[in-house]
Design a protein around this ligand. Sequence first.
Ligand code: PMP
Length: 283
Amino acid sequence: MERTVFVNGEYLPESQATVSIFDRGFLMADAVYEVTSVLDGKLLEFAGHLKRLERSLGELQMAKPKDFDNLLEIHRELVSRNGVDQGGVYLQITRGVADRDFAFPKNVETTLVMFTQAKAILDTDAVANGIKVISIDDLRWGRRDIKTTQLLYPSMGKMMAKAAGADDAWLVEDGQVTEGTSNNAYIVKDGKIITRQLSNDILHGITRASVLRYADEAQMKVEERSFTIAEAQAADEAFITSASTFVMPVVEIDGAAIGTGTPGTVAKRLREIYIEESRKKAI
Ligand code: PMP
């Protein structure tokens, strides 16, 4: 069964959807993206993703695609045409098609590509057992607050984790954890939730913003500051957040069990709250 995807204003079967070899997304990773989760056939946190997309475009002086004001409708149409109940919608905007040049081209139409991915998010083994992470040096560029498609190093990090028998990697810079390869990182100590403060060093997770707000509303203590791998290994709990994993417990870091070595109560509670609240607000 072929998916229907969206490319530059057209809904097409995936095998017929193409982008030029001169597209700057392909040649230079001159592109930004968003992933919006789908639960019960509805979109989660759409407004947050749209706002961050607009910011990413602005930071890179990239024009909005002509369909920018129709993005909600296109998301919904793709979910409906592909019958997605659980999973996500991937969206990518590139600076467009121009002969190869380091300078940004002028008066070029941006490329907009969107497709759905059906995937179980709710009851997975990872949720039940927690995931294992390793730590690696953070060798990414300095504007991690912009959601670009420069994902080669995070992808290598994921492979290093797999080679070490783990599930994911936490990135470390100047001795402090920045974030996960594709998620924000947290520890819990004496009931307090600790996660790195926002800056250009990390992606400003849409899930992070909501989870911290829900934690605050539930009278949980939150501290936004950086932490080391040693502090994380000595914590009571650890977890990650992202649009595609929601709140996911971390039970092992560099071979050391965290707390009891099983998913922690704070992570489980936050996951429940996040799913309940997101479901209510889904559109
Ligand atoms: N950090 C990085 C590096 C990511 O790639 C992601 C997921 N795209 C996140 C954090 C989490 O962001 P969000 O909650 O918006 O998915």
